[in-house]
Ligand binder design. Structure first.
Ligand SMILES: [Zn+2]
Length: 319
């Protein structure tokens, strides 16, 4: 029997680099404070653009070696974040990057978009059985911004949660990544003054595929102390994020908060106590009883229906 730390966090992401851009500060924060952080990445990101000229021939329509290369980039990112438990869903290469919505690559036989939901969720369920996370992070039903693999990661994570609930081992809380409207509004104002404004041409927030009303945000993880780790993790994904990216220049202009503060909505579970106008939690484990923090029993062991944790009810698609 392996003993894992009392707090265990599972993240389900679509491609290498999503973990760092979307949740890197949160991952580094929990890893640094003694939680067990498990990252599951669903594809190798084979269809990504390549921003390193000397690696251009690795592209999907050329040598098709980008996916394998990105395994190394992801390892570098995890090292920067202090995360040691990383897996690919079903094993590296099992599911292929589907590419943007509507492209021919969606139809590839191994495209994650084509994955059988229960088979893919079964792979994740095995990890849940082993690690027994109390908290899981994934995307909302639109995959945060509509990429097929992000939508599929959401579906697989929520299906795995249902299957885990039937065994009484579901994570007590499920969060979806989110960006509060107030933060976007402030960003738009700031960016309008920048020469490399990433939102040039956007005058109204409703033109963006993301943005959540502040009152619907449940948690704000302030991990500004980890902003450098997050930036280092992003730089490890050099093929995907150019060294000259606006992400880095804005981080330089607006300080640690831009990189270090991350937001979430709560899809499953009870919100713990929080602070501020909308009572945002500052800890994803807020409100979890000590019992919820019980460690894994035996790897893969099923627990009886009388187990207290079986009371966790999945609320797929509900807020
Ligand atoms: Zn992605």
């Amino acid at each position: 029997m392996t003993t894992l730390p009392a707090r265990r966090l599972l993240l389900v992401h679509a491609h290498p680099d999503d973990e760092s851009i979307g949740t890197g500060a949160t991952m580094a924060h929990y890893a640094a404070t003694g939680a067990h952080v498990t990252l599951v990445t669903c594809t190798l990101g084979e269809e990504g653009e390549i921003h390193v000229p000397e690696l251009a021939e690795l592209a999907a329509d050329r040598a098709d070696q980008l996916g394998g290369y990105r395994i190394g980039e992801l390892a570098g990112a995890c090292a920067a974040l202090g995360v040691t438990d990383h897996r690919f869903l079903g094993g590296a290469g099992r599911y292929r990057d589907s590419g943007m919505m509507g492209l021919e690559t969606n139809e590839h036989p191994r495209a994650f978009w084509q994955a059988d939901l229960d088979v893919a969720a079964g792979h994740l369920l095995e990890i849940i059985r082993e690690v027994r996370p109390q908290v899981m992070i994934t995307y909302d039903e639109n995959g945060f911004y509509g990429h097929p693999d992000h939508i599929q990661a959401h579906r697989v994570a929520m299906r795995a949660h249902e299957l885990a609930a039937a065994e009484g081992i579901a994570p007590a809380k499920v969060y979806w990544t989110a960006m509060p409207r107030s933060v976007l509004e402030a960003g738009l104002t700031h960016f309008a003054e920048a020469s490399d404004n990433p939102f040039a041409g956007i005058t109204d927030l409703s033109e963006l595929p993301f943005g959540t009303p502040d009152q619907q945000i449940a948690a704000c993880v302030d991990a500004t102390e980890q902003h450098a780790a997050k930036e280092a993790a992003m730089r490890a994904h050099a093929t995907q994020i150019p060294a000259t990216s606006w992400l880095y220049s804005i981080a330089g202009n607006f300080g640690a908060e831009f990189m270090g503060v991350e937001y979430f909505t709560l899809a499953v579970g009870e919100k713990g106590s929080g602070t501020g106008r909308y009572g945002w939690e500052d800890d994803l484990f807020a409100g979890l009883a000590p019992d919820d923090a019980a460690g894994p029993t035996e790897a893969g062991a099923q627990r009886g229906p009388d187990d207290a944790e079986s009371a966790v009810v999945p609320a797929v698609g509900q807020r």
